[in-house]
Design a protein around this ligand. Structure first.
Ligand SMILES: [Zn+2]
Length: 132
């Protein structure tokens, strides 16, 4: 199961909406649950694919290491598609992290997956309120 802090979840969805008509992408990090979001520039602006800016991605991964937290997931949006990994998404899923896909139109839908060896498995997603 993948747990995400509610405010991070909402920030991620807003990032995806604000990036329309293109796909948005980024990295989610934390310890047991996602508590940090790193919005990464999509250098291949398209409605059907994305490519994370390598420099921004590197910076985010460095900061994650320095904070002593883990990269938990990579997210990207499908502006007018299903919340399901495309063939290209499966081919590019090289990290051992969860992959989140956010479908925007006509209805916002968020799903999490483990993608390995071109096989896709859906994972439960839990949005958690802050527990101060
Ligand atoms: Zn995709």
């Amino acid at each position: 199961m993948l747990k995400i802090r509610k405010e991070i979840y909402e920030e991620m969805i807003n990032h995806c909406i604000n990036s329309l008509p293109y796909e948005a992408c980024g990295i989610l990090a934390g310890r047991e649950k996602v508590s940090y979001i790193y919005k990464i520039r999509n250098i291949e602006p398209s409605s059907v694919s994305y490519f994370m800016d390598p420099l921004e991605q590197l910076r985010a991964m460095k900061e994650i290491r320095e904070k002593n937290i883990d990269m938990i997931a990579i997210y990207h949006s499908h502006p007018w598609g299903n919340a399901y990994p495309s063939q290209k998404d499966r081919e590019l899923a090289t990290y051992e992290v969860y992959y989140l896909i956010i479908a925007i139109e006509p209805k916002i839908e968020v799903k999490a997956f483990v993608i390995k060896d071109n096989k896709v498995q859906e994972i439960d997603l839990k949005i958690e309120q802050d527990d101060y």
